[in-house]
Design a protein around this ligand. Structure first.
Ligand code: HEC
Length: 230
């Protein structure tokens, strides 16, 4: 019996240590990180679009975490933006980091591609824009109508010639417009505090009696942030 108790005790201590190292300590470090001044909260439309992003599995192919280390070094060169810091995700619950990059990182897609028309058309048929794209088309976010049936309130999508029949028009459903509002709003190109600057700002807040704490620096995995901060 004694051995079983030791085994159980050991397992519980290991679990407690792992929980505090991976959940409690990071939470204490990051819970008071304020939103960057330049980061706007989501609008209602963007939040609906975010749900559509989740619901359609965009995350299975797209990340939202540009990096500057390892394979991520190419991100900045490609213009995908500086490495993200914890504060960038202030309004995301949960952050949609993603792990697979079958498609490009989308954390700054709103800065890279601000055209709503491009996004709508690309969602309707990616291969009309990128010939060998393996992104699925999302035609159910649109309605294909006879041109003669288009009404003045319809949002007609401007498509490359030949994508649909000459007498047809593609009209965006509200879901497509919400999703595109979310995508074009994704812009984190403002300068971020380096971990050192974030720690200093937190100390200043703590001294002035604010809600901040001296531990609310950016996470250690953003060490490279200094390299590309503008
Ligand atoms: C099976 C994987 C896959 C899925 C699922 C997927 N995509 Fe993509 N996506 C890609 C690939 C590959 C590309 C690059 C080729 C292209 O532009 O079509 C891409 C490109 C993009 C681009 C252009 C990026 C750029 O830098 O030009 C956007 C925006 C985008 N996807 C949004 C979405 C959204 C929104 C969803 C969900 C509704 C989604 N994708 C689902 C694979 C995927």
């Amino acid at each position: 019996m004694e051995n079983e108790l030791k085994l159980l005790g050991g397992a519980m201590v290991t679990l407690a240590m792992a929980t505090s190292a991976m959940v409690v300590v990071p939470f204490m470090q990051l819970k008071d990180v304020p939103a960057p001044a330049a980061l706007k909260p989501y609008t209602g439309q963007q939040l609906r679009g975010r749900d559509i992003y989740v619901g359609n599995g965009c995350m299975t192919c797209h990340t939202q975490q540009p990096s500057s280390t390892g394979a991520g070094r190419a991100d900045a060169q490609r213009g995908w933006g500086r490495p993200s810091v914890a504060a960038d995700y202030h309004y995301d619950a949960p952050p949609l980091l993603g792990t697979m990059r079958t498609g490009p990182d989308l954390f700054n897609i709103g800065a890279r591609q601000p055209s709503a028309d491009w996004h709508l058309g690309h969602l309707f048929q990616p291969r009309a824009y990128v010939a060998d794209s393996n992104m699925p088309a999302f035609p159910f976010l649109f309605e294909v109508k006879d041109k003669s049936a288009v009404t003045s309130t319809d949002r007609v999508v401007v498509l490359p010639a030949g994508t649909v029949g000459y007498d047809q028009a593609v009209v965006a459903r509200p879901e497509a417009l919400d999703l595109v509002a979310y995508l074009t709003g994704m812009n984190h190109t403002y300068p971020a505090l380096t971990p050192g600057e974030a720690a200093l700002a937190a100390q200043a807040r703590a001294r002035s009696g604010g809600a901040g704490s001296a531990t609310s620096a950016a996470p250690a995995n953003n060490k490279g942030a200094q390299d590309v901060v503008k």
